[in-house]
Each structure stands twice: as C-alpha cells, then as structure tokens.
Design a protein around this ligand. Structure first.
Ligand code: HEM
Length: 474
C-alpha cells in the first residue's frame, strides 16, 4: 500500500479538480485540442485531467507520444470501456475493432480484417484499379456541374464511401442512389449524435443510462444506422455461396461457419455488423474530410495548384490515369497531400487509449485503467519539428533538392499497436483521387463567394467549414 502511495506522488500534474465535475468545466469540448494546448504550455508534455470520476492523462508533443505509442506500445494499447455502447449492440466477444478492448478477440479480428483487406487488394494493383475507376465517376459527376458553384462534399464522400462498399459488399452505388443516400445520412446523424454533449456526459456518468427511455432517445440515430447495416448484411447473406468469397462480408461469414472456436474469437453475426459499421465510420469521413482540406488549400493557394498542374503534365500528361507508381516521380504533389493531412489535422485528439497495466512515462506514474489522450495535433504542429507549424507549407515535406522527405513526426494515422488499420488504403485514395481531379480540372474560388475560413470545426473529426468552388475543365 505504501509503495503504491509513493508511486501516486509521481502522477502527472494538472489543473485543480472541482467537486463532482472534476476538470470538465475547463475544457472546450468543441475544440478540446485548443484547451489541451493551453494546459500543455502550463504543465508540460504530460498532464492529468478528471472527467467527473474518470482519470485522464493527456500526452503532448512528438517525443512523448512516440515514446508511449511506439516504445511502450503494449502498455498504452487498451481502449476505455464505455457502458453506453451496450445500447447500440456491443457485448461480450462483439466489440467491433475501433473501441474493442485490448485482448485476444481484438487481436483476432484486427489480424483477420487486415489480411482480408489485403486479399481484396489493399496495397495492390486490384484495389488501385477500383480507386481509379471511382475517380473517373467522380470526374464525370464534377463535369456535370458545368462550371456551376458547388460544394464537393457530397460527391467526394460518395466516392470514398464507395471504396468501403466495394470491399465490404462487393458493389458500388451510383451517386444518386436512394439506398446510398439513406446510408450516408444515417451515418452522419449517428456521428453527430456521438459527438454531442449528452453522449459525453453518459460516458462519464453511465448511471444516467438507467433513466427509462433515455438511451433509446440519445442513441436513436446510431440504432437506426446499425439496423440499416443489419438489413444490408441480411440481404447479402441471401446470395451467399460458401464456395466463393466475393468480399469482406463473405470472408467473415466463412469464418463464422467454422463453429464454436471462431465464435469465441469474435466471429459472430453481431460482431460482423459492428466491424463493418466500424470500417465505414473509420474509413469514410476521415479520407473525404482530408480531401476537402486539400481542395480548400488549392483554392487558398492557387500558386500551389499551378505547380501541381505542371508536375502532372510533365509526369503523367493529360490523358493517362494516374497510378501509385507515379507518386515517386511527383515529389511536389506528394508533399502537398502530406501537408494537407498535417495542416488539416483531422483527428486532433486521436482516439482515446487506456493503460493496460501500471506504467511510467518520462518519470510520471500512470496507473492501469487510466484513459490516455494522445494529442496528435500537438505532434503534427510540434514547434520543435515543423518550421511553420500553423501554416500550409508543402516545403515541410521537401528537402533542399526538392525531393520528398517525411519527418517522423508525421503521425496523422497515430502509431503503435492501434495504428490506423486502413492507412494504406487511405494513402492510395488520397493520391489517386486528388491527382486525377487536378489532372482534369482547375479549382477556383467563385467570385461572389466569401474567402473560406482556414480554421476547422470539431465533431470527432476536424472538418473545414462548408465552402463552394468552381471546377473548370483543363
Ligand atoms: C484508427 C486516422 C482512414 C480504419 C485510426 C486512428 C487514427 C486514424 C488517428 C486511431 C489510432 C489510435 O487509436 O491511436 C485515419 C486517417 C484516415 C484514416 C487520418 C484517412 C486520411 C482509415 C480507413 C480505414 C480506417 C480508410 C478503413 C479501411 C481504421 C480502424 C481503426 C483506425 C479500423 C481502429 C484500429 C484499432 O483500434 O485497432 N485511424 N484513418 N482508417 N482506422 Fe483510420
């Protein structure tokens, strides 16, 4: 007991905790990374907070985040348990991937998902061809706007969602498709519900979930989204033939058919719904928001756009479709995409981690079961690494000879055991979609439109404020 008490003396410092609410009133939940930056300056790289009764430790700066996620990967690999998820279908042996506790079920499901994504072409030519084909559909839809002012959000989101649909259900949807629109709307509703204050409150005060009718009211959107996924999978099962594996769903169904042991490893129907919902959630808005940041920077920096046009004309020309092989010969375009990811900073506070065992970081004691926030924004904008941390400056990724370089602090996909599972797919989508669109169009800010804001707004991810543009065919 004395030994443990001594350890607690080395618990990270933080602002004074108030009765019941802890340090919650000090945090701006619409911009948590900005609140964290203030505490970072005051308390250093590692500080503690308290959300009601939950202890939180926030890690800041490249050195600290890397030390935790890479050098002490196991210690920081767990996820906090949120009782509210039980109301949207999470249970024993069915926790999806993203919020699954660190343990053998998560390991099995992650291993299976990664290898299945690879089987269906992640990082290979086959999936690249599908991305290229989708980029073609996206170009046609943009061309159909005929130079009118439009918000490319819906089209880009459709294109990106289609890549996940292709992997999971083996089919894409036309951009106007009713089922598809419904899915995207339900998904967006469920996301905004999850980012809401009430949900955050229920996270830290799960006792409120016992109020009759409250869970049904708070999670209405998420339930509707899960019900929709359920219908899609049921429909898919009607045409399933165990002899053939058409897509991710078929591969999962095949695992499920292996019996009790597979069931114990997380291959059950409920988990199939949760894993596919996770792949949609983690793999669609993230990539499409990054692309929107990239196009916003093109409007704000026309000189950068001209340089990319020149590079495309020189390396690819106007007719041939871009391929991943072109990337090595296009250092400037590659640098711009990386800088859009860095500056757009779409997951500023990452996803919450939890310590798997008692651990120590830079002399501080962090007990088992502590929620850990990795402030990725403080890494992507670390003043000791980046020359102009708060500006769009593609030269961050170019050496003196104009060759592409990637500083180690480029960590938008996080790192370690829970590193983004779809990073390879995301990189492929970002390069092919961005380069194809710039090969075919010049993007301009319409004359009658206000100059778009450079800052973002945060609801689980950091998105640009809505903006309109004009696409002029080249
Ligand atoms: C996790 C970023 C695209 C699937 C994450 C995490 C980040 C991230 C920061 C949290 C890692 C952590 O907990 O430390 C991004 C960004 C993307 C992107 C910036 C696009 C630009 C994708 C795509 C997919 C995907 C396309 C799916 C095919 C996942 C999954 C996890 C994850 C399943 C959870 C991994 C786990 O807990 O084991 N991503 N992601 N992501 N991402 Fe991505």
């Amino acid at each position: 007991f004395m030994k443990r008490r001594k350890k607690w003396r080395h618990y990270p410092p933080g602002p004074m905790s108030l009765p019941f609410v802890g340090t919650m009133p000090y945090i701006d939940f619409h911009n948590p990374h900005l609140s964290f930056n203030k505490f970072h300056k005051k308390f250093g790289n590692i500080f503690s907070l308290q959300n009601c009764w939950t202890n939180l430790v926030v890690l800041n700066g490249y050195k600290t985040v890397k030390e935790a996620l890479v050098h002490k990967s196991d210690d920081f690999a767990d996820r906090p348990y949120f009782p509210m998820y039980e109301h949207v279908g999470y249970g024993d042996k069915s926790e999806g991937i993203v919020v699954a506790r660190y343990g053998h079920v998560w390991k099995e499901i992650r291993k299976f998902t990664l290898s299945t994504l690879r089987d269906f072409g992640m990082g290979k030519k086959s999936l690249e061809e599908r991305v290229t084909e989708e980029a073609g559909f996206l170009c046609s839809a943009i061309k159909a706007e005929e130079g009118r002012h439009f918000d490319l959000r819906f089209l880009v989101n459709n294109a990106v969602c289609n890549m996940i649909c292709t992997i999971i259900y083996g089919e894409r949807f036309d951009y106007g498709d009713e089922v598809f629109r419904k899915m995207v709307t339900l998904f967006e509703n469920s996301l905004s519900e999850e980012a809401g204050f009430l949900t955050q409150l229920l996270n830290v005060m799960p006792i409120l979930l016992r109020i009759p009718g409250l869970p049904q009211k708070v999670f209405r959107g998420q339930k509707a989204y899960m019900d929709f996924i359920d219908v899609l999978i049921q429909k898919h099962m009607e045409t399933w033939n165990p002899e053939y594996t058409r897509d991710f769903t078929d591969a999962f169904l095949k695992e499920m058919s292996k019996g009790k042991e597979a069931e114990e490893n997380g291959f059950n129907y409920n988990n199939l719904c949760l894993v596919t919902a996770d792949l949609f959630a983690a793999g669609s808005d993230t990539t499409s928001t990054t692309l929107r940041w990239a196009f916003l920077y093109m409007l704000l920096h026309p000189e950068t756009q001209s340089k990319i046009h020149k590079e495309i004309d020189m390396v690819i020309g106007r007719e041939r479709s871009p391929t991943m092989m072109d990337q090595v010969n296009m250092p400037y375009t590659n640098a711009v995409i990386h800088e859009a990811q860095r500056c757009g900073d779409i997951t500023p506070v990452g996803l919450p981690h939890m310590t798997y065992r008692d651990t120590e970081l830079q002399g501080y004691f962090i007990p088992k079961g502590t929620t850990v926030i990795t402030n990725l924004s403080s890494v992507l904008k670390d003043e000791s690494v980046w020359k102009k941390p708060n500006e769009f400056y593609p030269e961050h990724f170019l050496d003196v000879n104009g060759q592409f370089v990637k500083p180690e602090a480029f960590m938008p996909f996080s790192a370690g055991r829970r590193v983004c599972l779809g990073a390879q797919l995301a990189r492929m989508e970002l390069f092919i979609f961005f380069t194809t669109l710039l090969q075919k169009f010049t993007f301009m800010l319409p004359e009658d439109q206000p100059r778009p804001r450079k800052d973002g707004h945060f609801a689980l991810i950091n998105s640009p404020y809505p903006f309109k543009l004009q696409a002029i065919p080249r």
